[in-house]
Design a protein around this ligand. Structure first.
Ligand code: NAG
Ligand code: NAG
Ligand code: NAG
Ligand code: NAG
Length: 394
């Protein structure tokens, strides 16, 4: 972007400047055009979210510890997934890009034949890569349904034309239970900060920045959608794409670089302030909006939701248009969500369509803003300036 702009005026500087290799890398994100989650998947998304943030049985452990405990369930197409390749020659992987964790891992060719999650996906074969460097250390990550474990490795990781050298990542030999069997991705690219990375391994984007592979140490997410339906999108490394949002980005400083955690001034529903001075975490690895207990109850009651035994709130599908806008106030600016954004249509067990509130329970005092929010608002993850920016997605 910089170079393109400079080319018009001081192109020599650009061509021979220190950053002449730097570029913008676009990673197309895939979604099914007319995807509708099943109710089971919706539930799985919720339970995995709680485990991810270590919130079990009403007890918040912490959001700021170094141990990245996380989980994923059968969330199928609810995630941002795209391609990377690892090794020389490159071995391709379909990966989940997750701002709510900070490690990169893929299944290993050495995983056991009994491990379905591993067998169902492409596996990294270290012996087939001339740039592989053994690390020797073991690695493990706790998930809701068990522990993901294996060994660490170092190799070249490519995303588009962007080539990151000497990246340390996990080769998973054991993947827990059924967690990863049905996922449409093989592994995860954690886009959180090193502070929450297992063994404090340098995250991929930090390597990109250190190796001057991008103009600016920033990445941004754009999710193309139609209401709550995801249709595709783009993860951009190295800048923001002004054609993908309107107005300007509202930036707020991060509370601390670990998760993408920032102050949330308030939340309003129909003119009533229902939440004030909380913290929020932007998490591309979840589809939902998780609210602290008090806000969760207030919002869903005001929406006229019918509580179920699974901590879900059913909404009347024929009354959705009458529901109010819900406004998140961030950095003094208002970011509204319409019912079409926050009402999730799901297929019931009998095949009928039900409507569920996207506001799920977080037994903690912070909010998690997942795809429901990030899809509506283009999000810039500014690593260099330790800040996050939002603007209405185009
Ligand atoms: C890994 O690659 C090596 C070298 O190409 C090959 O001999 C071996 O069979 C591969 N292993 C697996 C499990 O695919
Ligand atoms: C990668 O590691 C090799 C061997 O240690 C080193 O020579 C090279 O400079 C490193 N490359 C980068 C980009 O860090
Ligand atoms: C968006 O959804 C509406 C209602 O479901 C539908 O009528 C419309 O065709 C969709 N638009 C696109 C571009 O798919
Ligand atoms: C949903 O709303 C429609 C239209 O307002 C109403 O006729 C219907 O009884 C409602 N359904 C339930 C289950 O409340």
């Amino acid at each position: 972007m910089h170079c393109l702009f400079w080319l018009l005026s001081v192109w020599i500087l650009c061509l021979f400047g220190p950053n002449s290799q730097a570029q913008l890398i676009r990673v197309p994100m895939q979604f099914q055009a007319s995807f509708m989650a099943s109710r089971r998947q919706h539930r799985a998304g919720r339970s995995s979210l709680l485990a991810k943030y270590n919130v079990v049985g009403g007890q918040e452990v912490t959001t700021q510890n170094g141990g990245a405990t996380e989980t994923l369930d059968n969330r199928l197409n609810l995630e941002y997934a795209g391609h990377i390749s690892i090794g020389t020659p490159g071995q391709p992987f379909h990966m989940l890009f997750d701002t709510g964790s900070a490690n990169l891992w893929v299944p290993s060719a050495e995983c056991s034949a009994k491990n379905l999650a591993c067998q169902h996906h492409h596996r990294y074969n270290a012996s087939a890569s001339s740039s592989y460097v053994p690390d020797g250390r073991r690695f493990a990550m706790a998930y809701g349904t068990g522990s993901l474990s294996g060994r660490l490795a170092q190799d070249t990781v490519s995303i588009g034309q962007l080539v990151v050298r000497n990246q340390t990542f996990g080769m998973a030999m054991h993947e827990p239970g059924s967690t990863f069997v049905d996922t449409n991705f093989a592994g995860i690219v954690g886009l959180g900060f090193r502070a929450i990375a297992e063994q404090k391994i340098k995250p991929l984007f930090e390597s990109m920045c250190d190796q001057s592979l991008v103009d600016e140490c920033i990445f941004s997410f754009y999710l193309k959608r139609n209401g709550s339906e995801r249709m595709g999108g783009e993860l951009l490394f190295g800048g923001v794409d002004k054609s993908k949002f309107s107005g300007s980005l509202t930036y707020v400083p991060l509370t601390l670089p670990g998760y993408w955690q920032f102050p949330l001034d308030g939340v309003e529903l129909g003119g009533t302030i229902i939440s004030q001075n909380r913290q929020a975490i932007a998490d591309t690895g979840t589809s939902l909006l998780a609210a602290p207990p008090r806000e969760y109850l207030i919002i869903n009651s005001l929406l006229g939701g019918l509580p179920t035994s699974n901590n879900e709130y059913l909404l009347n599908c024929s009354e959705i248009d009458k529901l109010p806008e819900i406004v998140f106030v961030i950095g003094g600016q208002r970011f509204g969500l319409q019912p079409r954004d926050y009402v999730m249509r799901a297929a019931n067990d009998d095949g009928s369509t039900i409507c569920l509130s996207a506001f799920t329970l977080m037994e903690a005092d912070f909010w998690i803003l997942g795809d429901v929010f990030i899809g509506r608002y283009y999000t810039a993850f500014d690593v260099a300036h330790r800040r996050i920016g939002f603007a209405p997605a185009a």
